[in-house]
Design a protein around this ligand. Structure first.
Ligand SMILES: Nc1nc2c(ncn2[C@@H]2O[C@H](COP(=O)(O)OP(=O)(O)OP(=O)(O)O)[C@@H](O)[C@H]2O)c(=O)[nH]1
Length: 405
């Protein structure tokens, strides 16, 4: 047999070489190739069952040995590559499935926007959050923006545009969106640019929608508790201080007078004593409503405590005498409103209510302010002092604080 034919017989060793390479690695693989070569030389090349002394007979075997090594390496490489690809594909499938499940389970909405052709994707939760059927409308920039509350529209669009223009990488903004039933939901919108063009403009953005209506409601409740009187819903003393500071700053800017009125109900205690606290509460609520009805929306009516209220009038006149006249006019209106009879329901048991008519007046002290001439605390104290003078003088009247008194 010619050496090449003997070499061809050597191909029968290839599977062993391949298996060794595959399971044991390169070192043992090469060793098995060499041993197979020697075995091939010994068995398949004349003088058979003996090693030839002619060195030329070894050349084809060396060639088949090297070929066996190379083929083994290539096959193993391809096989491992395929395996790796399968693992990656499986991981991708798993991750896609995980993402799909998470999206299904999540109450947060997801959006993905191709800005170039204004198309994209809203997740099912995005639609459900606003009360729509899934895919009830297509995802476009307009279908998002047209549902935004007019008061929040500008801010929401501005941060979105800043992200598109590469002035920010991502954004977080809170706004209200209109639900299918016409109600509004507070949304925390987050977004970021996924792809940008050569000029840096975003061409694809992605983001989420979280319903924060409940959080907003809680925040509002906390704010109400912190700054408003629970019974009358009027601003409390803390918010009054804030409004008074603002009113004084505005007066300094405009050069116009403002006024603080201290209003204390007269002989309120006997109502509580006779008919109980609940009936007294009814009168306080009614008094608060009447006070609100006597001033402009820009003025402040606050409950100072107990049966005491404070009204802050802003933007009176640049002239003190005219401002005094205006403030007197409003305080007269308040005094008359407070003095009108109150119809209060007294509940003796769960079903029956008796209406009683109660009369109650108010003592009012007024202090004008301008240009930070007196501090907010001093102005309040001045109005309070003027009110006490009314009490001392017999109640149900108005007195202006006078620097000379
Ligand atoms: N129903 C009710 N009463 C309150 C509340 N807060 C304070 N009061 C009562 O309001 C009364 C206020 O007291 P005063 O202003 O000294 O009593 P008054 O009878 O109006 O006397 P004058 O102000 O001097 O005319 C007290 O009896 C308090 O217990 C409240 O939230 N509800």
């Amino acid at each position: 047999m010619a050496p090449v034919e003997g070499g061809l017989a050597f191909v029968t060793f290839y599977p062993i070489i391949l298996i060794t390479f595959y399971y044991c690695g390169s070192g043992p693989g090469i060793l098995v190739s060499v041993l197979s070569g020697l075995a091939g030389e010994y068995f398949f090349i004349p003088p058979y069952r003996a090693f030839s002394t002619d060195i030329a007979t070894y050349t084809p075997l060396a060639f088949f040995c090297v070929t066996a090594v190379l083929i083994s390496l290539v096959i193993i490489r391809l096989h491992k590559g395929t395996q790796q690809l399968e693992i990656s594909l499986e991981a991708l499938r798993e991750s896609e499935e995980r993402f799909r499940q998470a999206m299904e389970a999540s109450t947060d909405g997801l959006w993905d926007w191709n800005i170039t052709d204004d198309t994209g994707f809203f997740s099912p939760a995005y639609y459900r959050m606003l009360g729509y059927e899934v895919n009830e409308f297509p995802m476009t920039g307009h279908s998002w923006s047209e549902l935004i509350h007019p008061d929040d529209y500008q801010q929401a669009l501005t941060v979105n545009q800043e992200c598109i223009d590469n002035r920010r990488q991502s954004f977080e903004v809170e706004y209200r969106m209109k639900c299918k039933d016409g109600s509004w939901k507070w949304i925390l919108g987050r977004g970021k640019a996924l792809q940008r063009d050569a000029q840096g403009h975003a061409i694809r953005m992605i983001g989420t929608h979280v319903d924060i209506t409940e959080r907003k409601r809680n925040e509002e409740q906390v704010r109400q508790l912190a700054f408003y009187d629970l019974l009358t819903r009027l601003p409390n003393r803390r918010l009054l201080n804030d409004h008074l500071n603002q009113a004084m700053a505005a007066s300094k800017r405009s050069g116009r007078y403002g006024a603080v009125m201290f209003i204390d109900l007269d002989n309120f205690k006997p109502l509580n004593d006779t008919h109980g606290h609940d009936v007294g509460d009814l009168l306080l609520i009614e008094a608060a409503d009447r006070l609100m009805g006597c001033v402009r929306e820009t003025d402040t009516v606050a409950r100072f405590g107990g049966d005491e209220f404070v009204v802050v009038l802003i933007e009176l006149d640049v002239d003190k005498a005219k401002s005094t006249t205006e403030a007197r006019h409003v305080s007269e209106k308040i005094r008359a409103a407070m003095a009108a009879p109150y119809l209060l329901a007294i509940r003796s048991n769960k079903n029956a209510a008796t209406i009683i008519e109660h009369r109650c007046t108010a003592s009012i002290g007024v202090a004008l302010f301008i240009n930070h001439e007196a501090s907010p605390d001093d102005t309040l104290r001045n109005a309070d002092n003027a009110m006490y003078q009314v009490k001392e003088a017999g109640r149900n009247s108005i007195r202006f604080y006078d620097v000379k008194t």
